[in-house]
Write a new protein. Structure first.
Length: 310
């Protein structure tokens, strides 16, 4: 389903800027129409440009008073923008039109009426054409398929029913049925780290060892005896020496491997249940006979609501 939204701008660049934003939103350029005003100097002066301009908007599917208001705005030099927008983008498109300075028709009409405007667009014709256009506007409003937001200057109409009322086909519109599916993958993540480091530590140790010491002592003694033959060299020089000896502790060290510390990785399998929410769309179709059908990923269900007696 699509809707037609319409806005009026005082200047052409404002309308062009809004058009660019609508295209960026995803609305096809062919679905957007710009109608520029005539820049007429005096309200009430009808020109051929006015008549052509009125002819270009008189078939727009909108209430008669709105059609005359837009026609008067074009006559006064404004620019009219009309776009066919799918339902999903209606609110965003309306915001874009307002952001770029769309005219508030209620305020503008009040100002025009103070200036003497009679409520009919300059260049509009009298007779059957306005009557037929008014009939179309009233039919649209009574059927509930056209809505006009006069406070923002935007006009919206359900295009499917509007096209059928004029007897012109524009193709088939579709609403996609969307379903989210859960995809579970795997990836390696760091779950912790083990590090083995070796370093030297000093400590004091003690060992007992028995050492042997030799000392030299000088002995003196008193004797009284006769000289013997062995004493004949008594008057010669003689030296007696003795060396004292002492044991010292000698320390040496040797290194020996007394143990080993290593790292081993073990692999194991585990099953984890992943829980999440997925979305899907369902389409509800209701006809005038009270039959409601809902279409979704689970299939199509149909239920009938009996009509209430008049």
């Amino acid at each position: 389903m699509t809707q037609t939204i319409t806005a009026m701008y005082d200047t052409h660049p404002e309308a062009v800027a809004a058009q660019g934003k609508l295209v960026a939103l995803g609305i096809p350029a062919g679905a957007i129409k710009l109608i520029s005003g005539t820049q007429a100097g005096t309200t009430g002066t009808t020109t051929k440009a006015d008549e052509g301009m009125w002819g270009s908007i008189k078939d727009f599917f909108m209430p008669e008073e709105d059609r005359h208001a837009y026609g008067e705005g074009l006559h006064r030099g404004g620019t009219m923008l009309s776009a066919e927008v799918d339902d999903a983008h209606v609110h965003a498109a309306s915001d874009i039109l307002e952001e770029h300075g769309s005219v508030d028709l209620d305020e503008r009409e009040a100002a025009w009426r103070k200036e003497g405007w009679n409520g009919r667009a300059t260049g509009s014709t009298t007779g059957t054409a306005p009557v037929a256009a008014a009939a179309l506007g009233e039919a649209a409003m009574s059927s509930g398929h056209a809505a006009t937001t006069r406070d923002t200057g935007l006009h919206a109409a359900g295009s499917s029913e509007a096209v059928s009322a004029r007897g012109t086909a524009t193709g088939t519109d579709y609403i996609p049925v969307v379903e989210e599916r859960l995809n579970v993958g795997k990836r390696m993540v760091d779950a912790g780290r083990v590090r083995v480091r070796s370093y030297a530590v000093e400590k004091d140790v003690s060992e007992n060892v028995t050492l042997h010491d030799e000392t030299v002592s000088v002995d003196r003694r008193v004797v009284d005896r006769a000289v013997t033959p062995g004493d004949m060299a008594l008057f010669e020089d003689k030296v007696i020496e003795a060396t004292e000896m002492r044991e010292q502790a000698v320390v040496s060290k040797d290194a020996r491997v007394v143990g080993e510390v290593g790292i081993r990785k073990d692999a194991a399998q585990r099953v984890e249940t992943v829980t999440d929410k997925v979305r899907h769309t369902e389409v509800e179709v209701e006809d005038g006979r009270g039959t409601v059908s809902r279409t979704g990923t689970a299939g199509t269900t149909t239920e009938t609501t009996p009509r209430k007696p008049l």
